[in-house]
Design a protein around this ligand. Structure first.
Ligand code: AMP
Length: 566
């Protein structure tokens, strides 16, 4: 692990992509077969592979308290170090170094030993048991190694590595075709296994497998209808952009499972969809959105939220918020009496949609729990604008515009799908700080400071602060969560682990020096939690910049129109 940490430092020290890839390739090539998968997964800044459903369950507060114990310092020391760098790994390094933590290098853990300890943390129950394993592990590490173990555990590597770069390094290390590596990586969602397959020249073994969820295809934001037609035209496919929960449905006979966009099994939250799918005469994998749906109409996201995170929902909640699976893509299909599923990802959307329609999904009125996304075609600006207005009238967020010739590219925010949102849409932000509220909200952490992602600098930058618009029950639950994930305290204000995503509505975006983003939101309101979204999918600073420009333009047009009328 010490060598891995040194490599990570070298990778962080250069901004040149080719140099990063070269360093990584040389390193990966030298590893033993039991080290290679672990090293590759850690390089993507996660303790477990993406397709691996496990999570350590270690909050930042537990990590911070454990490090303070290992260093023999008070808990505030780490908080202060974190405030200097906003980087938990670096803070850990600084605190351990200042404390003179220097264990015998002979006991420094190997990569397999670190992976084994992390697996034990995952199965240990309760923060105390998890912390004990972590303390034993970090106790054996010099400050640099501890820094990187904590970076991997907190999912916050910040050495300027994207998964694509690790794939490029794998291709280069074992002299394989980059496209073949990427394709296999998309299918298996496990960069560790991918590295092993590349080394053994077995990339062809990577196939679509039922009950092994693949990453979801994502959409890029589009400025306006003209840009959409320029990119995808002349004829585009237009679907409503539904505001529900993205899900992948896998089915083999009576065995049915649903996976969320972070690839976790959420089947037990939506038993009516699972039960309805069991009866169907095909096997395969579909992509779609789960929506609250009652009496023929879609319920708002906020209604669906009551069901999120609840396994085995009661009959009452099931009848209050019934759900449907709105399918918009078929990833693989096969006959119901065979386990063989034909991968469809590399067929154009036109063909995939045809196959999806042939499946014959039963609607709620026919005793099913399915619908097909509403699909139309547009080939002019006017038509696209009309569709957009219609979708808005239906109270949907906007449109998903798709290139009918596009292939399904898992995990990529490609140009095959573009999302067209209304100008004054909401933005998804990450909560970075919380405070105790006032009045009836005193005693609970109800004031949130939130941030967007500054991708260029690999950091979060604050954009606003709002009193929680959440329900009392949600605030109480979030207070407990933030308590367990506080990194440092400053009077009333607490810096918290940046992983809760909230949807924020606002009246305007203003330039401001008050927040690190350089922008502030006028009258921000927290619409709700987005537990379905990881922090890595929060809005970017670039998107905020663009939105600010658009809104300003809109405001100028309003003024000129007004002037002409008077
Ligand atoms: P956003 O959450 O704004 O980044 O938009 C992307 C998300 O929109 C996807 O991950 C889906 O969950 C959702 N979505 C809604 N309607 C559709 C649709 N018709 N096709 C694809 N994705 C959709």
């Amino acid at each position: 692990m010490r060598r891995w940490s040194e490599l990570a430092e070298r990778v962080a020290a250069t901004t040149r992509t080719s140099e990063k890839t070269g360093l990584l390739a040389a390193y990966l090539r030298e590893l033993e077969s039991d080290e290679l998968p672990i090293a590759a997964v850690f390089l993507t800044g996660r303790p477990f592979a993406e397709a691996d459903g496990r999570a350590t369950g270690l909050g930042w507060a537990t990590i911070a308290a454990t490090v303070a114990d290992v260093a023999g310092v008070g808990r505030s020391a780490l908080g202060e170090a974190y405030d200097r760098s906003s980087d938990l790994g670096r803070a850990v390094h600084d605190v351990l170094e200042a404390a003179g933590h220097a264990p015998d290098p002979d006991v420094s853990p190997t990569l397999p030993e670190v992976a084994e300890a992390i697996s034990r943390v995952e199965v240990a129950s309760g923060p105390a048991a998890k912390a004990a394993i972590l303390a034993e592990l970090l106790g054996r590490c010099d400050p640099l190694t501890a820094k990187h173990i904590v970076k991997v555990l907190s999912g916050d590597l910040r050495i300027g590595l994207r998964e694509g770069l690790v794939e490029a390094a794998i291709a280069r290390a074992f002299q394989r075709d980059l496209d073949a590596v990427k394709w296999a990586g998309m299918l298996i969602g496990d960069v560790g296994r991918l590295a092993g397959l590349a080394r053994d020249d077995r990339l062809a073994d990577a196939t679509l497998r039922l009950f092994h969820p693949i990453k979801f295809m994502l959409a890029s934001p589009a400025e306006d209808a003209a840009e959409i037609l320029n990119r995808l035209g002349p004829t585009v496919w237009v679907e409503d952009k539904y505001d529900g929960i993205r899900a992948q449905l896998h089915k083999s006979g009576g065995d049915v499972r649903l996976y969320s966009r972070d690839l976790h099994d959420v089947s037990r939250q939506f038993p009516e969809i699972v039960d309805a799918a069991r009866e169907l005469a095909w096997n395969g994998m579909l992509d779609g959105e789960i929506l609250g749906f009652r009496d023929g109409t879609v319920l708002p996201f906020i209604a669906l939220q009551a069901r999120l995170g609840r396994k085995d929902p009661s009959l009452r909640i099931r009848s209050e918020v019934p759900v449907v699976f709105v399918a918009f893509d078929a990833l693989g299909l096969g006959p119901g009496d065979s386990a063989v599923v034909e991968p469809l990802l590399r067929l154009p959307l036109t063909e995939r949609r045809k196959r999806l329609e042939e499946v014959g999904l039963p609607a709620p009125s026919a005793g099913g729990a399915f619908a097909l996304s509403h699909l139309t075609r547009a080939d002019s600006l006017d038509e696209l604008e009309t569709r957009f207005a219609e979708a808005r009238a239906r109270r949907n967020e906007g449109l998903m515009v798709k290139d009918p010739a596009s292939l399904y590219s898992p995990g990529r925010r490609g140009m095959g799908w573009l999302k067209m949102k209304k100008a004054l849409a909401t933005i998804d932000c990450v909560v970075v700080g919380v405070e105790v509220g006032h009045g009836k909200r005193h005693g609970v952490l109800s004031d949130y400071t939130f941030a967007v992602r500054d991708e260029a600098n690999d950091r979060l930058v604050t954009i606003g602060k709002a009193y929680s618009g959440l329900t009392d029950a949600e605030i109480a639950e979030m207070t407990r969560w933030f308590d367990a994930h506080t990194v440092s305290r400053h009077g009333r204000y607490r810096v918290v682990e940046p992983s809760v995503v909230v949807e924020i509505a606002f009246d305007a975006i203003l330039r401001s020096t008050r927040h690190k983003s350089g922008f502030a939101l006028r009258f921000p309101r927290i619409i709700g939690l987005r537990p379905d979204k990881p922090a890595s999918e929060a809005e970017t600073l670039d998107a905020v910049r663009r939105l600010h420009g658009e809104l300003q333009q809109g405001a100028e047009q309003l003024v000129t129109a007004g002037a002409r009328e008077s």
